[in-house]
Design a protein around this ligand. Sequence first.
Ligand code: SAM
Length: 249
Amino acid sequence: MFKRTLSQNFLIDPNTIEKLVNSTSIDPNENVLEIGPGKGAITRKLASRASHLIAVEKDRDLIFDLEQIENAQIYEADVLEFDLNQLRNYAPMKVVSNLPYHITSKILKRLALHKNLFKSIYVMVQEEFANRLILPPETTLTAFLNSHYNITKLFNISKHCFYPKPNVTSTFIELKPNNLPMEEEFYTFLNYGYLHKRKMLYSELKHHYDEELLDEAFQKLGLDEKERIQKIKPDLIFSLYKLLGKLTK
Ligand code: SAM
């Protein structure tokens, strides 16, 4: 039994499960959050290695079996509503997940907004999504993630390793946080630039900031007023955001 509405594609290939867990290098002092443990294929191995494992699963029908796993604390919840701040006592944790693909972006944004809780994030995503993450950003979310994390593709996983078989190849990726402070407003700022990413960032920002302030900030950072957001390095964009401060329009 599986539920398509919850993106249930369970990992069934033992070698892949082993490889995936090994690549997270969890040591006995580390706490782990697993999102969507499903039938527990990864959960059992994570729980036997970690100091403490917390798993959040939405499907009530899977909870009873998951609760039998030793050293695993199971929450029946929607991870998009679950209050991640209640994990503060276990932080910094590692996150491991074979993500429910229909909400990949939402989950990654949510994890990023709680950047301080997680020392690294290991997630399985669709190959195409992984490719978009490591290319120059095309969207607000990929720019936001690339600003805050060093993202590495670890390995691909064939669709034959799952039941039911998905339509696409998957990729296991690692997101390692950098030192950039997490500020939710920065997402909004990036959004101004990516909404019309083919236009000049300067003219897009004119809708939100006074021209004088913009001129000063662009000059200070040596930024060309004709530049599009995709051509500007993430750390420079963050500096611009900090220099401009609160929205004036
Ligand atoms: N970890 C298991 C594995 O690798 O075999 C299952 C992975 S399956 C791709 C995704 C899992 O996420 C399913 O167990 C599904 O029920 C769960 N899930 C889907 N939406 C969820 C949500 N909003 N919050 C928590 N879990 C969710």
